[in-house]
Write a protein that binds this ligand. Structure first.
Ligand code: NAD
Length: 398
């Protein structure tokens, strides 16, 4: 279950559908740059420790590299490469003028003090300073990082380069130039697609929805869907799942016992399954038991390629991650625009432009599907690859 192999299989399928020339395919399979550092950090007890760190810059044909920084013990280069590639696809699917990148540090953040995490983040910012910048590469939070880390990163970067540069990272605290609406953006962007998805799978009226993962993305999606009158029949976090056909108020989830397994949640009786936790959750075996009519992928890479085939055969509509969770990078882009123009947008403006962008991207994916056939994932890849290839070609070839 190597995320990078899976990502390349997805690209290969789209390449066949669109008869992509081998030269462009080869270019899209190779990143522009891979930066590897061993960050040296002073620990609270005075000792020095080294942490491997990566930044993969996939493709900048359509604009500066864009993508998060993840802190986790399981980070490895193949995972960062897959996530970096998916970011290039995602920014192209929603048509924002950015490329794809991703970074990660191999660290267990739970074992670190806040001061150690700050020193680690500052070391990463110093190492990356020559390679990032508002017009070059713009990191953001990802797993186990948040606005706090972005504030430290911004401060260290500005000290290193000696000038103000709020657009060097997104997902910042509001006080440092963050955007209203960024926190909810990924969950909200997925929610913006829900009505159309329900129509497509023939669910009229309110839906029964299961949500795996109750972090930033899953909790916002569940909150918005619940407020809109849908029934949340299952929610999980890393401790386990709560399944209740009568409906769950997301505000009470943390206080209710949740001991059911993740596979019970993934195969529970519902209309829409929303994986919003981690990669590689829907295997071919799980896919055989999925009862939902649609899967709305808010996590990155939750469905394995073999599972995609099973879901397609069984007529389950999969709204792919590169479309469904693109709300986060879309509002990151809005944040970057506000930083570059020194403007501050209202939350209403952010939310409404987000909805317009998500619905326009959905329409573009459906148009690609009508023209080329295939699944929604294949259509989203075809759309994105066409846009990236057009930008690469327009730059000339000598
Ligand atoms: P998070 O760290 O805030 O939350 C993750 C949630 O998943 C937590 O509730 C955690 O308990 C749960 N979880 C962890 N391991 C699990 C397991 N084995 N089984 C079930 N649940 C488990 O992360 P997030 O920001 O909400 O991101 C979730 C997913 O969405 C990731 O795949 C991330 O890459 C993707 N994503 C996030 C954003 C964003 O803006 N935050 C944007 C695009 C995509």
């Amino acid at each position: 279950m190597n995320a990078f192999d899976n990502a390349m299989k997805q690209l290969d399928r789209a390449a066949v559908l669109m008869q992509l020339d081998p030269k462009t395919l080869a270019k899209l399979k190779t990143p522009d740059a891979i930066h590897h550092f061993e960050l040296e950090v002073k620990m609270d007890d005075g000792s020095m420790r080294k942490f491997p760190a990566y930044r993969v810059q996939w493709n900048r044909a359509r604009g500066p590299y864009k993508g998060g920084l993840r802190y986790a013990p399981v980070v490895d280069l193949d995972e960062v490469k897959a996530l970096s590639f998916w970011m290039a696809i995602k920014t192209a699917v929603v048509g924002i003028p950015l490329g794809g990148g991703k970074g990660g540090v191999v660290v267990d953040p739970k074992s670190m003090s806040v001061a150690e995490l700050e020193r680690l983040t500052r070391a990463f910012a110093r190492a990356l300073a020559p390679h990032v910048g508002p017009e070059l590469d713009v990191p953001a939070p990802d797993m186990n990082t948040s606005g706090r880390e972005m504030g430290w990163f911004l401060d260290e970067y500005e000290k290193t380069v000696g000038r103000s540069a709020p657009g060097v990272v997104t997902g910042k605290p509001l006080a440092l130039g963050g955007s209203l609406g960024r926190d909810a953006a990924t969950g909200r962007g997925g929610f913006d697609l829900l009505d159309d998805v329900l129509k497509r799978v023939g669910v009229t009226g309110k839906a029964r929805i299961a949500v795996q993962g109750f972090g930033n993305v899953g909790s916002w999606f569940a909150k918005l869907a619940h407020a809109a009158g849908h029934t949340i029949v299952a929610i999980s976090d890393s401790k386990g799942a709560l399944i209740d056909a009568d409906g769950i108020d997301p505000a009470t989830f943390k206080d209710r016992p949740h001991h059911a397994s993740q596979s019970e949640l993934l195969t529970c009786d519902c209309d829409v399954l929303v994986p919003a936790a981690i990669e590689n959750q829907i295997t071919a075996d799980v896919a055989k038991g999925v009862k939902a009519k649609a899967v709305l992928e808010l996590a990155n890479g939750p469905t394995l390629p073999e599972a995609d085939l099973v879901l397609e055969e069984r007529g389950v509509l999969v709204v792919p991650d590169v479309l469904a969770n693109a709300g986060g990078v879309t509002v990151s882009y809005f944040e970057w625009v506000q930083n570059m123009t020194r403007e501050t947008w209202t939350e209403e403006r952010v939310d409404s432009k987000l909805k317009d962008t998500m619905l326009a991207a959905l329409a573009d994916v459906l148009a690609a599907k009508a023209r080329y056939g295939g699944t929604m994932r294949e259509a989203a890849f075809v759309l994105a690859v066409n846009r990236i290839a057009e930008a690469m070609n327009a730059r000339g070839s000598v």
